[in-house]
Design a protein around this ligand. Structure first.
Ligand SMILES: [Fe+2]
Length: 432
């Protein structure tokens, strides 16, 4: 029965795309945007052909005659979303076999559109990887020509069971954004899952990770990370900072799976715009006083001046009273520039607790409560810095960041096995 239904679904999909439907009102099966859960949906739920408005001129949509049937494969890693912008995103997934034509059907206000991409082994060219390369295949489909701040529903086509998702493109600089930030998700899979389940209810536009995704930098550990993240990964694009547990020496897995844009040296020092915010991401495993870094960092902060909110993100906090010592080099080289360039806040992790320091009016956050074993707070006081500490706590948590033209509002949510409760909150004005 199931195979018959799938066969019918494939036929319907081909018909739907070949007729280049402009439906506007139809939407695919991905209606549960907060919990895609790598769910398998039947293509029979795709929009039915209702109106014909000529050929779809979208990417790779050349009509049914050139469309391959959906291929059958297993999702080794459920779909996740990379490099989101106002008009684009990359849909990624890992399959057990190499696909001839990985394909996605998206539904926007303009109707459904078929987009195809590439399939191949993981790119591990950014240095050595720990463990054997996987005998699996990375699939990437870039969706372009989208509208800023719009909701896009899509289906990753798979004859063994499609996977639906739905995400929001980046808003315009003048728009609003709803983000979740967390970090240090390594080791405790159950704790990480509870945190992800909790923030999935927020239906964030973007997920920001402050590093230490995994305990050891192997593909197997990343598999666990992606399995947990599959609760939201088809619906929420992710960006991440490299942590010491990814390790700088063995960063190939991190860069291979997350594909941050190239920056200074490599994608572990990078920058990107998202709606009203500009993020500068720094690899805190490297000495910021090395040649070239400050020039690059200042250059990105100068670009950031074109945005109302500017975030600097790195794994090791400059100010902390918890287990790991403060990142002194960051304090010497990076901190003086934060005020000079009107940075909104600093996002860090590394210590598995929550801390908010405020230095020269700029919040500097430790957001290390994503799933790693929790650390005590105020266990390593730094003389003279007590005045900067505004809030702290030993708990699993995530940060919700709402950016509007009026203000950036941050609230910390504490996650226990039974509750999700607000803890700390603060606001920051947009840059003048
Ligand atoms: Fe760390």
């Amino acid at each position: 029965m199931q195979s018959v239904a799938r066969g019918s679904a494939i036929v319907l999909l081909l018909v739907a795309v070949s007729w280049a439907v402009s439906c506007g009102s139809g939407s695919p099966a991905a209606t549960d945007t907060a919990h895609a859960d790598a769910a398998v949906a039947d293509t029979a739920d795709l929009p039915a052909p209702s109106e014909v408005e000529g050929a779809d001129t979208g990417h790779n949509a050349d009509g049914a005659a050139e469309l391959p049937p959906a291929e059958a494969f297993l999702f080794v890693k459920a779909p996740w979303l990379l490099n989101v912008g106002e008009d684009h995103v990359t849909v990624a997934w890992e399959s057990d076999v190499q696909l001839a034509t990985p394909s996605v059907v998206i539904t926007t206000d303009a109707g459904p559109r078929l987009v195809t991409g590439t399939s191949g082994p993981l790119d591990l060219s950014h240095g050595p990887a720990v463990g054997k390369p996987p005998v699996t295949f990375q699939n990437r489909v870039q969706l372009t020509g989208l509208t800023a701040g719009s909701t896009v529903s899509y289906v990753v086509r798979n004859a063994s069971g499609d996977a639906p998702g739905s995400f929001r493109t980046a808003p315009q600089k003048t728009g609003s954004a709803h983000l979740v930030v967390y970090g240090d998700t390594r080791i405790d899979e159950d704790a990480h899952r509870r945190v992800v389940e909790a923030f999935s209810a927020e239906a964030p536009d973007l997920l920001v990770h402050t590093g230490d995704l995994v305990h050891v930098p192997t593909e197997a550990a990343l598999q666990v990370f992606f399995d947990v993240l599959s609760l939201v990964s088809a619906d929420v694009p992710i960006v991440a900072t490299i942590g010491n547990h990814e390790t700088d020496l063995f960063r190939a897995w991190f860069l291979g799976f997350l594909e941050p844009p190239e920056g200074f040296e490599d994608g572990t020092n990078t920058a990107f715009a998202y709606g009203p915010a500009y993020f500068v991401v720094v690899n805190s495993l490297r000495d910021p006083s090395r040649p070239g870094f400050v020039d690059w960092f200042k250059g990105e902060l100068t670009k950031a001046e074109g945005w109302p909110y500017r975030f600097v993100m790195f794994h090791s906090p400059i100010h902390t009273f918890s287990n790991h010592a403060p990142w002194e080099k960051g304090g010497e080289v990076i901190e003086p520039l934060l005020s000079e360039y009107g940075v909104t806040a600093v996002l860090a992790g590394h210590n598995h607790c929550y801390e908010r320091f405020e230095v020269a009016g700029i919040p500097q956050l430790t957001l290390g409560g994503g799933g790693a074993p929790l650390y005590d707070v105020e266990s390593n006081l730094v003389p003279g810095e007590e005045q900067f500490l505004k809030a702290d706590g030993k708990f699993y948590h995530y940060l919700v960041l709402d950016l509007t033209p009026e203000a950036a509002t941050a609230r910390v949510m504490v996650v226990t096995p039974d509750t999700v409760e607000p803890f700390d909150a603060f606001t920051r004005p947009p840059a003048p």
